[in-house]
Design a protein around this ligand. Sequence first.
Ligand SMILES: [Zn+2]
Length: 191
Amino acid sequence: MKKLNNSEKEQFKNWFDQIENIDNFKSIIHELYVNYRYSYRNILSIVRYNYKYIDIDQIVDILKEFDVKRCSRGEDCKSPVGDLQTRNNFTNRAESVDGKRLECIYCNRFYTNFKRANKEKQNHILEFQKIKSPNQQDEFLVNLYKSKEYNYKYLSAISLRHIDKIVSLVNYRALSTRLVNVGRAHINNAS
Ligand SMILES: [Zn+2]
């Protein structure tokens, strides 16, 4: 962890000095993890300026209550919501300090898929990752599907979305296009 400077130390010490109840304490831990992006161990050392007898399990337990966990890939995390996620997005790993793997399931899937993919698929994976807006991502997938060269499974692999989501996206798009066309036909007939 980057060393805390004196004003940071002072600031956090003040926070802890002003604690009135256990919920205040918990929300400071949450704040340090979520907004300041400190690791469990960083937080432990900060807390220990004021509370000598806290241990890492207590820090982890508080964050479990908030159901937050940060993916170790940080800004490169492939999760659609970013690196800060529900603990459900991490596979269990008994021997780790919080009982979870460091990397989220999206990153895990991404790197596994990427390694196995041929060049064309790797390019699609990278292209998809570059698109930030969910609507444009949908568009990209629907267009690949329309090109008739790629199936649901392929689109699921490059987008990391569950195959059911791909099926419903593609079919819903097809349905709405059809309905728009039907609507146009009605208008044309009427005029
Ligand atoms: Zn991740």
